[in-house]
Design a protein around this ligand. Structure first.
Ligand SMILES: [Mg+2]
Length: 179
């Protein structure tokens, strides 16, 4: 998720897993677990937690990635491992939508009705919260989530019109697909 990859600072060395220049949706799923990993930008968190059981594991992903790989929540519930997923929910494939518009190509298939990712997570046995206001996620709130020890999904509604920080992703895609 580009927001996290571009803006995370102050994380311990080897504390972040992210999937490189393409930032694929839900890409973290096949990533190898890393004993020192703390934050997963994608879906690898449910595997990382087994490799680093002494650390708090947080996954920052989009709703598109969650829809593709969110069943990992069930794995964490099954094994009683806490992972905290932060789902940045803009009701679509935001990177594809904005990338297509910037490149002046069709954005067909990049939007869909908003999915209640918190309800999906609850259905899988996790605890979940809707986050709709700035400041709702704060230290006190996170301390309670962590203290629960439960797999948790935070369904964070974000502005679908806000253009995500692409970094070099568009150039990388152009290298592959010449769009
Ligand atoms: Mg999205």
């Amino acid at each position: 998720m580009s927001y996290a990859a571009v803006t995370l600072t102050g994380i311990d060395p080897r504390g972040v897993i992210e999937g490189g220049r393409l930032w694929l949706r839900g890409e973290g799923l096949p990533a190898p677990p890393d004993r020192d990993a703390q934050i997963s930008v994608g879906g690898a968190a449910a595997r990382v937690v087994f490799a680093a059981p002494d650390r708090i594991v947080l996954s920052i992903t989009g709703d598109g990635g969650f829809l593709m790989n969110g069943m990992e929540v069930s794995t964490a519930v099954h094994y009683g491992q806490q992972v905290i997923w932060v789902v940045l929910n803009d009701a679509g494939y935001g990177m594809a939508y904005h990338g297509a518009r910037i490149r002046n190509i069709s954005d067909v298939g990049t939007r869909y009705p908003r999915v209640d990712c918190a309800k999906v997570a609850e259905g899988l046995g996790a605890q979940a919260f809707h986050v709709r206001e700035p400041g709702q996620i704060n230290r006190e709130f996170m301390n309670k989530v962590i203290a629960s020890g439960r797999p948790t999904v935070l369904d964070v509604e974000i502005d679908p019109d806000e253009v995500a920080p692409f970094g070099s992703r568009l150039d990388t895609l152009a290298d592959y697909f010449t769009v």
